[in-house]
Design a protein around this ligand. Structure first.
Ligand SMILES: Nc1nc2c(ncn2[C@@H]2O[C@H](COP(=O)(O)OP(=O)(O)OP(=O)(O)O)[C@@H](O)[C@H]2O)c(=O)[nH]1
Ligand SMILES: [Mg+2]
Length: 559
């Protein structure tokens, strides 16, 4: 697996010289770095091992003012190379860099005692002992960039440390944290960074976050050599034609589109080096980005980090928290949590009981960021929800339907976006915009006598419309074909309506058309009932108005 090795250590302790001795490349390239003899920004060089493997080396600055750059450089590495000056021993940034490495969860690495040529062997031995205590489990090797002492041994030790790094981040969608962006003549914008996961190749569509910009990869290089695809763990340069350089900067991230969520909040398990107060503002370093965030503590060990700018994080990511110095770190439990954090939720998150976090339907994609899959959960279309929630929904719908008027024993379909996908699982039947129990039919229930009374009123009124008092009852009778609505809130019995219709059709068929006064005469009623009926025939598409008369539409017949 390709790997990136990152240096660490106090200012002037010989990191850059050691990198040059190992790789032949001077990573102090800025004029200011040359002039001051210190590193300021990150440096990059390929490191060839004896077994033919090529690792990437990131050289970081030791100056206390540039620790933020060190964190940016260290955030993508798999193996550390801690450097301790044989003449000075461990100093403040030796300790701080080591703390950062631990907070980032980087377990494997090597300690190089540098400038061994410049001091007595006894002192080298003393500092070596000190380093062994400081970094138990790591090989400690005395070296000299000047004389070349210990360099082969160091390469070997780095190879062994690299072997111990597990291939954990290799799979998963592409995510690359940008550490540099520059313009190359004839190529356009090039961004570099360590590929945290996935792979990136020519022609890939990626998204630059937080800009939310869709980009296409024209070409990919690893250590100045073109490659078809770069793999997780490698340092990568990606050419992005058509993208303005200012749009993508250190701290931004290139991701497989749709694979990660952006969020202004991170739920983390805290690792405190110094007490962190609730509501304290701290610098949160994540990837190559830095955010000035508020820490909202939850319980003893957890916190929600509220950020002023969006992050693209994943469960298991590490963050480093700094004030003037490094005060702690965090392990990301939920990279896109809801705003209100409860201890109970953190407990579930930490246990990995992701199913327990889901109740009402959430889109599947909002869960994938937690990496927990959806076992123990129900799925319908894009929606994931708990079985208990579905049972609750089923019971609730059933109760509401049972309480509905037997004349129309249904309820309106819930307006929720999941309704279309989820309702079929809830044991209800959708008819138009309403829900019914499967096979449910309308019935009069205890309204039988009322129906009888209304229908006899309609029968004796004949062609004269009767006002509707009970809308539900009227709707029921209408659906049953026992009455016909006319005008606004009026009804006719089904039989009188059919009689009126037959009179109208016969007249049209013999005379070719019908007028209002003729129809009124045929019905033997006043003008108003005749008018309402003709309007109803028009509305039903039986007739069409031509001037003062009505003619049959072609479809209508005496059927
Ligand atoms: N004698 C001796 N001196 C060395 C050796 N390596 C580095 N030095 C001296 O130490 C100075 C600092 O070395 P760098 O490699 O620039 O130190 P650094 O750790 O990269 O410093 P920062 O990047 O600023 O933190 C050099 O200018 C040399 O004078 C060595 O192997 N032997
Ligand atoms: Mg340096």
């Amino acid at each position: 697996m390709p790997l990136t090795v990152g240096t660490a250590g106090h200012i002037d302790h010989g990191k850059t010289w050691l990198v040059r001795a190992l790789t032949g490349k001077d990573t102090d390239r800025l004029p200011e770095e040359k002039a001051r003899g210190i590193s300021i920004d990150l440096g990059y060089a390929p490191l060839d091992l004896r077994d033919g493997r090529r690792l990437s080396l990131i050289d970081v600055p030791g100056h206390e003012r540039f620790v933020r750059n060190m964190v940016a450089g260290a955030s993508g590495i798999g193996v550390f190379l801690l450097v301790v000056d044989a003449g000075e021993g461990a100093r403040s940034q030796t300790h701080e860099h080591l703390a950062i490495i631990r907070l980032l969860g980087i377990e494997h690495g090597v300690v190089a005692i540098t400038k061994a040529d410049a001091v007595d062997p006894e002192l080298v031995e003393l500092v070596t002992e000190e380093a062994r205590e400081l970094v138990p489990g790591a090989a400690v090797i005395a070296t000299s960039a000047k004389s070349g002492r210990g360099l082969d041994e160091l390469r070997l030790a780095l190879a062994e440390a690299a072997d111990r790094v597990e291939e954990e981040r290799a799979d998963g969608p592409a995510r690359l944290f940008v550490d540099r962006a520059f313009t190359l003549h004839g190529i356009g914008t090039v961004v570099t960074g360590t590929l945290w996961s996935g792979s990136v190749g020519e022609g890939d569509a990626l998204r630059a976050e937080p800009a939310g910009l869709d980009v296409r990869v024209r070409s990919v290089q690893v250590h100045d050599r073109p490659v078809e695809r770069a793999e997780a763990g490698q340092r990568v340069a990606v050419a992005l034609p058509g993208v303005e350089r200012r749009v993508v900067r250190r701290g931004d991230v290139l991701v497989a589109p749709g694979a990660y969520l952006t969020s202004y909040r991170l739920d983390v398990a805290l690792d405190e080096l110094e007490p962190i107060a609730d509501r304290q503002r701290l610098h949160v370093h994540h990837g190559t980005a830095e955010h000035y965030a508020r820490v909202v503590r939850v319980g003893e060990r957890w916190a929600q980090l509220r950020l002023p700018s969006p992050v693209v994080a994943a469960r298991g990511d590490r963050v480093v928290l700094r004030d003037r110095t490094t005060v702690g770190g965090g392990l990301v439990l939920d990279p896109a949590p809801p705003r209100h954090a409860s201890e109970e939720r953190f407990e579930l998150l930490e246990r990995g009981d992701l199913a327990a976090l889901v109740h009402a339907p959430v889109r599947a994609e909002t869960l994938s960021h937690l990496g927990g899959g959806s076992s123990g959960l129900e799925q319908a279309g894009d929606w994931i929800f708990s079985r208990a929630w579905l049972e609750g929904l089923r019971a609730d719908l059933r109760a509401r339907i049972e309480a509905a008027d037997p004349l129309d024993p249904g309820i309106p379909t819930p307006p929720d976006p999941w309704a279309k996908d989820v309702l079929p699982l809830a044991g209800v039947e959708r008819r138009g915009a309403r829900l019914y129990l499967p096979g449910a039919v309308a019935s009069l229930g205890d309204r039988g006598p009322a129906a009888e009374k209304f229908e006899s009123e309609l029968a004796s009124a004949g062609f004269t419309p009767v006002a509707i008092d009970d809308r539900e009852l009227a709707s029921f009778l209408e659906r049953e074909g026992r009455l016909v609505r006319v005008g606004d809130g009026l009804a006719l019995g089904a039989e009188p309506y059919e009689d009126a219709k037959r009179l109208m059709v016969e007249e049209c068929e013999t005379a070719g058309s019908i007028t209002l006064s003729r129809f009124r005469d045929l019905l033997g009623t006043g003008r108003k009932p005749a008018q309402l009926l003709l309007e109803r025939f028009d509305a039903d598409g039986l007739t069409r108005r031509v001037g003062d008369e009505r003619v049959l539409r072609r479809r209508a017949g005496t059927a």
